[in-house]
Ligand binder design. Structure first.
Ligand code: CP
Ligand code: NVA
Length: 294
């Protein structure tokens, strides 16, 4: 049984094929209108979402599948009944479970106890579908992935981890710049060998700069302290100019005046809406890969 729980789940060849499939789906959506006719998918969200929910829901529908949305924002999964029971019941009716959970462990439990593929729609540890859309976006902008220099700046967590693993697998030269104490998880740094520094001067010569919110969903941080720690890491016109970066990236939602200025977010180098659009295409490719093989 194949899942997409972390970015380690698929090898480089599978990832490249997935991105190729996404590009084909983007170019010829009508050819796939019935590709998953007769299939059904459950979407299960413990946290808010705009992009992920809309693109998974529309993506499934555009492939001819049925979708059931389960709002779990009133409480973490496992409160009313064990996560394993939830997974076993859902597996009686649907062909895949898409889940946005606070904890990666919840996703692992859904996969362990259910009997259908589970797709990570963001956890505390990873955001693989975001990372895939970002790789497709980089490919579209730079015409290649191998050797493209991508810098992530800000808080080292879920999105950072996914970008690091995918970069390592796909040949993107990645660099991570975070304040001290906000580095990505040690096991991801070790597994990818990607350089992590607190020095913004390291951005010189990169092709693309990526940032994310300084306060992630589920974080319990003091906003004043966050501002103090992270303000030197804001992406503004000056940072873009000094680095020479051609593209600005953000998974969204963005907080203007915090991790990025409005000038950069809305400026000509910003490819954030391309990233958002590509969520749809890569997730349709993920559905095809996982549901065609079941
Ligand atoms: N980038 C992203 O996952 O956005 P949502 O939280 O709106 O789904
Ligand atoms: N790091 C952010 C990503 C949102 C898409 C969060 O976890 O809230």
């Amino acid at each position: 049984m194949k899942h997409l729980l972390t970015d380690f789940d698929w090898n480089a060849a599978e990832l490249k094929a997935l991105l190729q499939q996404a590009a084909t789906l983007k170019a010829h959506p009508a050819d796939y209108a019935q590709a998953l006719a007769g299939k059904s998918v459950a979407l299960l969200f413990e946290k808010p979402s705009l992009r992920t929910r809309v693109t998974f829901e529309l993506g499934a529908q555009q492939l001819g599948a049925l979708v059931v949305y389960l709002d779990q924002s009133h409480g973490a999964l496992g409160k009313r009944e064990p996560v394993g029971d939830f997974a076993q019941n859902l597996s009686c009716w649907v062909n895949a479970i898409v889940a946005r959970t606070y904890s990666q462990a919840t996703l692992d439990e859904l996969a362990a106890k259910g009997s259908v593929p589970v797709i990570n729609a963001l956890s505390d540890r990873f955001h693989p579908c975001q990372g895939l859309a970002d790789m497709l976006s980089l490919y579209e902008v730079f015409g290649k992935l191998e050797g493209v220099k991508l810098a992530y700046v800000g808080d080292g967590n879920n999105v950072t981890h996914s970008l690091m693993i995918l970069s390592k697998l796909l040949g993107v030269e990645m660099l991570v710049v975070t304040p001290k104490g906000c580095e990505p998880a040690a096991d991801i740094i070790q597994a990818t060998g990607i350089q992590v520094t607190d020095d913004m001067a390291a951005l010189e010569g990169v092709d693309a700069i990526y940032t994310d919110t300084w306060i992630s969903m589920g974080d319990d941080k003091d906003p004043e302290a966050v501002l103090k720690t992270f303000l030197p890491y804001q992406i503004n016109g000056d940072v873009m100019k000094k680095s020479g970066a051609k593209a600005f990236m953000h998974c969204l939602p963005a907080y203007r005046g915090k991790e990025v200025t409005a000038e950069v977010l809305e400026g000509p180098q910003s490819i954030v809406l391309r990233q958002a659009e590509n969520r749809l295409h890569v997730q349709k490719a993920v559905f095809l890969k996982l549901l065609k093989e079941d």
